[in-house]
Write a protein that binds this ligand. Structure first.
Ligand code: FES
Length: 105
C-alpha cells in the first residue's frame, strides 16, 4: 500500500506500508520528520498528530473518544481532519493518499 507523507518541513515522502501497520509506525520506520510517537502508540502523547484530507477522513474508521480527548488536549479537533497516527491502521483505503504531519504547540 503506497501513500505519501508531507513532513513537518513540507517535504513529501512516498512510503510503502503493510495493512495492519499504523500511520505512526510507518512514519517512524521511514524517519518522517515531525512524527515522534513518544508513547509508543498508546494514545497518550499526541506526537503522532497528522492531518487528513476530508475525502480520506470519510473513508477511514471514526476516531474513538480517547483519541478525540487527546486531540482536544493538544488543541485540535477530528472535525477538521486532525487525527492521531497511532490510532489509524493502514488499509488499502490509504492507497494514493497524502498525509500531512501535524504540529504540536
Ligand atoms: Fe502517542 Fe500516538 S504515539 S498518541
Amino acid at each position: 500500500i503506497r501513500f505519501c507523507y508531507i513532513d513537518i518541513e513540507g517535504v513529501s515522502h512516498q512510503v510503502t506500508a503493510t495493512a495492519g501497520d499504523t500511520l505512526m509506525s510507518v512514519a517512524k520506520n521511514h524517519l518522517i520528520r515531525g512524527i515522534d510517537g513518544d508513547c509508543g502508540g498508546s494514545c497518550a502523547c499526541g506526537t503522532c498528530h497528522v492531518v487528513l484530507t476530508q475525502a480520506l477522513q470519510q473513508r477511514l474508521p471514526l476516531h474513538d473518544e480517547a483519541e478525540a480527548d487527546l486531540l482536544a488536549f493538544i488543541g485540535y479537533s477530528p472535525a477538521q481532519g486532525h487525527r492521531l497516527g497511532c490510532q489509524i491502521t493502514v488499509t488499502p483505503d490509504l492507497e494514493g493518499s497524502v498525509i500531512t504531519v501535524g504540529t504540536i504547540d
